[in-house]
Ligand binder design. Structure first.
Ligand code: 9WN
Length: 418
């Protein structure tokens, strides 16, 4: 899969549905690719880092202009070349979760001699610093030390029920206008993808952000949310940056301090009623009352005060660790739980792989191993499906999905879990 889905220096998430380079996909892909070719894994990350904006942001998507008809919204929608500070290649203006430092560290460690020879870490380091600096200086919209996302796509969990409340206040671009282009539906079943009503709002938000030159200081954002997964992954990335700094002879302390600050800043997002962290709508101050896999990802953080509660929720009826197929994206007991539709219930390899790492980190190695084995089995059985039904394992979305293959391979070759 990793060889087949390759394009230039990066790998497509899937050749039909996702014909460009995606930000957090490239990080997960590099984590798998490092086992096949450390150099290619380096190039996967370097090609994304090469599309960094002057303000430090790493874009959600780097577009291939030849494929602009095959995905919406594409390069012609974003017109990034007209926005000051954009890179030489066409990109989206939005971002995705900051998992890149964790991936860069793993890629470096896969072959330290090759990494040193190519100066991989030295070159990646300032770019990763700038990326985290962007989150710190431009995205703390709530003023509480957490990064805010300004579009559901930035969470990587696009139609999560966590966004239903905040999105309900966003105008639908379809009102009085043309329908929304859906080239994605040529490759996936409409009942499995986000709805047209969601797309109408996604496009409104993206167009508004573009029309304001992707300016994060703009006071008029119509969607501003603090996502527990995005911020937990950032804190984890700071811990990875501590290792990167140490490998380069630098100081790990500022990154470790930052990770602790982020862990503490997450605390107000904890919902005792749900037993998970929850997203906060910065515009209203409200915590969203839905338990999603995003609210479990702070389990990655070593100094988390709520680890016992999160483990209980992961093992309990909402997520049924051990009996569900991988980890559902949404609470199995919720009225809105949907077995097949995108991020509203199905299990994904990325979030499951992250929870495998979190379980291992907390000493629950047997559970980590069993969950990893489920991921590998499901990936092989269903041709590397994009996501699966958490109850009976039925595959959904596209097949030959790159991060499913990359993360299954990584678990297969993990000395402790494989
Ligand atoms: C929008 C590429 C991406 C993933 C996201 C996943 C999906 C895109 C889409 O595919 O999002 O970014 O068109 O639905 O939700 O996590 O990065 O695989």
């Amino acid at each position: 899969m990793l060889l087949r889905n390759r394009a230039a220096l990066h790998t497509l998430p899937a050749t039909g549905l996702y014909p460009h380079q995606w930000s957090w996909d490239s990080a997960f892909t590099a984590i798998g690719l490092r086992h096949v070719s450390p150099r290619r894994a380096q190039q996967e990350l370097e090609s994304l880092l090469g599309a960094q904006w002057a303000d430090g942001r790493l874009p959600q998507i780097v577009f291939d202009r030849q494929r602009d008809e095959d995905y919406s919204p594409g390069a012609a929608f974003w017109r990034s070349e007209e926005i000051p500070g954009s890179p030489a290649v066409p990109t989206a203006g939005l971002v995705q979760p900051p998992v890149h430092a964790r991936a860069a560290l793993a890629v470096h460690r896969a072959d330290e001699a090759e990494s040193r020879r190519r100066g991989f870490l030295e070159r990646a380091h300032p770019r990763l610093l700038a990326w985290h600096g962007y989150l710190r200086t431009r995205r703390d919209r709530g003023g509480r030390g957490l990064a805010s996302i300004v579009h559901p796509w930035e969470s990587g969990m696009d139609n999560s029920p966590a966004w239903d409340g905040p999105l309900s206040r966003v105008p639908d671009v379809r009102a009085g206008g043309p329908g929304v282009p859906r080239p994605d539906l040529r490759h996936a079943d409409p009942s499995e993808r986000p709805s047209n009503a969601e797309y109408g709002r996604y496009l409104h938000l993206a167009a508004r952000y573009r029309d304001h030159r992707c300016d994060d200081a703009d006071a008029g954002h119509e969607f501003v949310c603090e996502d527990p997964a995005f911020n937990a992954l950032w804190a984890d990335a700071e811990l990875a940056m501590a290792e990167v700094a140490a490998a380069l002879g630098g100081d790990r302390a500022p990154h470790e301090a930052r990770a602790r600050e982020l862990t503490a800043a997450l605390e107000p997002l904890f919902s005792p009623a749900l037993g998970t962290y929850a997203a906060r709508d910065v515009r209203t101050g409200e915590l969203q009352r839905v338990a999603t896999v995003a609210g479990l990802l702070p389990l990655l953080l070593p100094h988390l005060p709520r680890a016992a509660e999160l483990l209980a929720t992961l093992r309990g009826p909402r997520f049924r660790l051990g009996t569900a197929v991988m980890v559902p994206s949404h609470d199995l007991t919720a009225a809105g739980f949907d077995r097949a539709r995108y991020w509203r219930g199905p299990s994904w390899s990325s979030t499951t792989w992250l929870l495998v790492q979190a379980l291992r980190g907390r000493g629950a190695v047997a559970e980590a191993r069993a969950l990893g084995a489920q991921l590998r089995r499901s990936a092989l059985q269903h041709g590397f499906a994009e996501y699966v039904d958490p109850i009976d394992g039925t595959p959904h979305g596209t097949r030959a999905f790159t991060w499913t293959a990359a993360l299954a391979l990584d678990l297969e070759l993990d000395p402790e879990l494989g």
